[in-house]
Design a protein around this ligand. Sequence first.
Ligand code: INI
Length: 157
Amino acid sequence: MSSPSNRGARPELHGTEIRLGIVCGRFNDFITNKLLDGVYRATDKYGPPRGVITEVWVPGAFEIPLAAKRLAPTNEAVICLGAVIRGDTPHFQFVAGECASGIMAVQLETGTPCIFGVLTVDTVEQAEERAGDDETNKGFEAAETALEMAMLLKRLS
Ligand code: INI
């Protein structure tokens, strides 16, 4: 229950019993591997154990929503990791936009939270800033969001 002093605060995360799936894009894998490290740092802290997490890889961000849709029915949250770097890629906006709207569509269709851990940035430097070795890593944050949403939906069911 929330009281005025803790209203809106993130609940304590208990991930031990959560069935978690991860979809990771291989494109720019020098970044997505670091996001994945961030996810596992979070799950090492809160659960679930690494051995029970389902991790799959897809070629790039554009393929993430379809794999997330396969994982959604058997998991309580799916973390989607990718790195779309504008650079001089003219179809950046198509890849990033379709990935984002596809992930949203999957979570609304399936009822399983699908977390947007996909970097959409202008430069490699910006991507590296968001994929560091601490708890500001976007993969770490995506895992926290996944656990919070899975816990919330369990409570509301
Ligand atoms: N995929 C990414 O994950 N990041 C990118 O930056 C990217 N760029 O720049 O093109 C990218 N393209 C591949 C795309 O996701 C698909 O794998 C490909 O178009 C085949 O469907």
